[in-house]
Structures are given as C-alpha cells and as structure tokens.
Write a new protein. Structure first.
Length: 81
C-alpha cells in the first residue's frame, strides 16, 4: 500500500477529530459515571498496555500508558472539591 492510497483515510481521521472537538462539549453524560470511567481507564491500561496485549508484545506501551494516566488525572481533577 503506498502513501497516496492512505490520503483519504488520513483526511477522514482529520475530519472525524475536528467533529469530535466541536461536538464534545455538547455531549450529555451522567457525572456520576466519572469515577467509574477513571477506574476503567487505568484498569484497561493494566489489562491491555502493561501486559503487552495491545501491541502483541511490541513494546509500544509507554506512550498509551502515559496518555491513559493523564486522562485519569483529568477525570479525577473534575471530581475534586
């Protein structure tokens, strides 16, 4: 597969991310679910990233693990006083 054939997929990703950024602040969610989500982010990190299951042992776990920890911190910040 050459790089040119990936251009439409890359553009779709750019469009989808832009739409998510635009619509995210208008999403309805149950704030009581935030503690559960924070827990699930770290639980999935343990199950998928730190065991090597997500990348089949390829060793790419540090970046997604850090992102998941940062996401958990963000949610926990919303739950503060």
């Amino acid at each position: 597969m050459d790089a040119a054939s990936l251009a439409p997929h890359a553009q779709q990703l750019v469009d989808d991310v832009a739409a998510l950024k635009k619509d995210f602040c208008h999403q309805d969610f149950d704030p009581n679910g935030l503690p559960l989500r924070a827990h699930e982010i770290l639980e999935n990190t343990l199950q998928q990233e730190l065991t090597g299951a997500a990348d089949y042992g390829g060793g790419t776990w540090p970046a997604p693990t850090e992102a998941n920890i940062n996401g958990t911190k963000e949610l926990l910040g919303l739950l503060g006083p």
